[in-house]
Design a protein around this ligand. Structure first.
Ligand code: FES
Length: 564
């Protein structure tokens, strides 16, 4: 096949040596050392961001995906050029991968800009990688496609199917309650994370993969094929081919794809998925970069009519494999079609209504995806709350909460993020009841990078009495794989002087999800008096931690850095 010509990226935006022809001469000279000749360098250059890392086990099989993507690029006449960026593995990154999401977004954005390429393919998967790459794409003026490694397969222990990480949390709760001994929990551990790939349920990684496909930044059908499957590799090949076409056509660009209508569609899909609460922070951050004015309240209003349709843990019972075998996101979009704006155009260049014309109507066997007439749960899977304890908003995943706690008033039991929380909650003499509201503070973006600490463990004493859920309130996040009546992202956070900072043990807190309220039942004058005496925790004094703490935006604004 003759080489395509999009104007050689290799000769554009040359390295600044003060002599453009010398830059061109040097560039081609050094590329020649890698075996590239002038014929190669006339092809559209496709930069491929690779996030393989020994520290990111979810991306263990990415090398095979990279080869598939490169093959697609070559088949279409392009020149694939891989480059590394930071890789954020959720489990091994401390204190929380969220602290580094914006750093990865900066890294990726700057490399797309700095390196010669006509289009980019960003390969991610694990929780923060996809949001970071979407943010980078939104800030870039190059055609960009995202591709993910895909979810892991499920395992089985003692006849029970299981997969990371809703089951990890459920089994650990049983261990804390004394129902599983150390040998049993250790044995079960070997079946929880059985293959490469992202968590097996509708956690943050799969939610964000679905958001990417719903937004139109990924080729259709890319969110759900399992890691290591042939379908995943074939999708990678197709992505490589499509990137060459985008390079040749010069678009659609991310700003053409990431429109208000695309975000509204994503919000409706999120409601139908009962997806991760983290998606609210990430989508607001991506929208801000795309110049779309997306507010936290939009998640309540735009998705208000959409019921829970996807039966995946933690909101349901199944796994990503099952969602995929029911048709994945295209099948869900088909069911949701009456609720969507189908004029949106993604990286395919085709309108959504054209794409959905190729998707068959849902059949009965596609049982992981329910119909609008027979949903799994009511609308409002994700609720945005306001009130005196969260004047700028807070978030609750009602689809993974306990119905009997959605209207609850109880005394606060307060914990600070820098405490040894486990030893407090493990105290057999702890003076606490199931009616208490566990409050965690100083875990917001500014104070701590917003760790996934909001789903506080049930105090051991109560767990052993059979208590499995309590109302928990914090300025932290929680894992998309978690469940429980957990109010998150309280804004303003404690470290920014939010009322959460001055809650005291015994203060009454009222949660009223139907009214979308979260209130501290303490007189406002008293709250203001306490706030005058509040001293926030010390901020980091150097490096990334300092830059982050000084410039991070509140959770309700996406927790991006203010200057990005
Ligand atoms: Fe990587 Fe769950 S730990 S997706």
């Amino acid at each position: 096949m003759p080489p395509k010509s999009a104007g050689s990226a290799v000769d554009s935006s040359r390295t600044a040596y003060g002599d453009e022809e010398f830059s061109r001469f040097l560039r081609r000279g050094f590329l020649a050392s890698s075996g590239y000749d002038d014929v190669d360098l006339e092809r559209p250059v496709i930069g491929i961001a690779v996030t393989t890392s020994s520290y990111n086990t979810c991306h263990r099989d990415m090398p095979a995906l990279v080869e598939a993507v490169k093959r697609g690029v070559l088949e279409a006449g392009g020149l694939p050029m891989t480059f590394p960026t930071i890789s954020l593995g959720e489990i091994l990154t401390s204190p929380t991968s969220m602290l580094y999401r914006n750093l990865m977004a900066m890294d990726t954005e700057e490399m797309i800009r700095a390196l010669p390429m006509d289009a980019a393919i960003l390969l991610g998967g694990c929780d923060k990688t996809v949001p970071a790459q979407l943010m980078a794409a939104a800030s870039s003026d190059k055609p960009v496609l995202l591709e993910v490694v895909g979810p892991m397969m499920t395992g089985s222990w003692r006849g029970e199917r299981m997969g990371a990480c809703t089951d990890c949390r459920r089994l650990w709760a049983s261990h804390r309650a004394g129902e599983l001994d150390t040998d049993e929990i250790t044995e079960a551990r070997g079946e929880l994370v059985t293959t490469a790939g992202t968590c097996a349920v509708m956690g943050t990684a799969s939610t964000m993969a679905c958001m990417t496909e719903a937004l139109g930044m990924m080729l259709p059908g890319g969110a759900t094929p399992g890691a290591s499957t042939g379908e995943r590799l074939r999708h990678g090949v197709a992505t490589g081919r499509r990137a060459v076409a985008l390079a040749e056509q010069g678009g659609p660009l991310p700003r053409d794809v990431l429109t208000r209508a695309a975000f509204d569609n994503a919000i409706r899909v999120l409601a139908a998925l009962g997806g991760s609460t983290n998606a609210l922070v990430h989508l607001v951050a991506v929208a801000r970069r795309a110049g779309v004015d997306l507010k936290l309240a939009d998640f309540d209003t735009v998705g208000a009519k959409v019921p829970l349709l996807v039966d995946c843990k933690p909101s349901g019972q199944n796994y990503m494999q099952d969602f995929h075998h029911s048709g994945g996101l295209p099948a869900l979009l088909k069911v949701l079609e009456p609720e969507l704006d189908t004029t949106t155009i993604g990286v395919t260049g085709r309108a959504l209504h054209e794409l959905l014309g190729d998707v068959p109507a849902r059949q009965q066997w596609q049982s992981t995806i329910r119909s609008l007439e027979d949903p799994l749960g009511p609308p409002g899977a994700l609720a945005v709350l306001r009130g005196s304890l969260a004047p700028n908003g807070a978030v609750l995943k009602t689809s993974a909460a306990s119905p009997h706690l959605l209207q609850h008033t109880g005394p606060a039991f307060v914990l600070d993020a820098d405490q040894d929380i486990a030893s407090v909650l493990d105290d057999p003499d702890l003076d606490i009841t199931p009616e208490h509201v566990l409050v965690l503070r100083s875990a917001g973006p500014k104070a701590a990078g917003m760790p996934e600490a909001g789903a506080l463990p049930i105090p051991r004493k109560l767990a052993r009495q059979g208590v499995r859920d309590m109302v928990r309130v914090s300025d932290a996040r929680m894992s998309g794989t978690s469940y429980g009546t957990v109010v998150l992202h309280c804004d303003p956070e404690a470290a920014a002087g939010g009322p959460l900072a001055v809650v005291r043990n015994g203060d009454l807190i009222r949660l009223d999800v139907a009214a979308r309220r979260l209130d501290l039942l303490v007189d406002d004058d008293e709250v203001q008096r306490r706030l005058r005496d509040y001293v926030p925790p010390a901020a980091p004094q150097r490096g990334w931690g300092r830059l982050y703490a000084e410039t991070v935006l509140p959770a309700s604004q996406g927790a991006d850095l203010s200057f990005l």
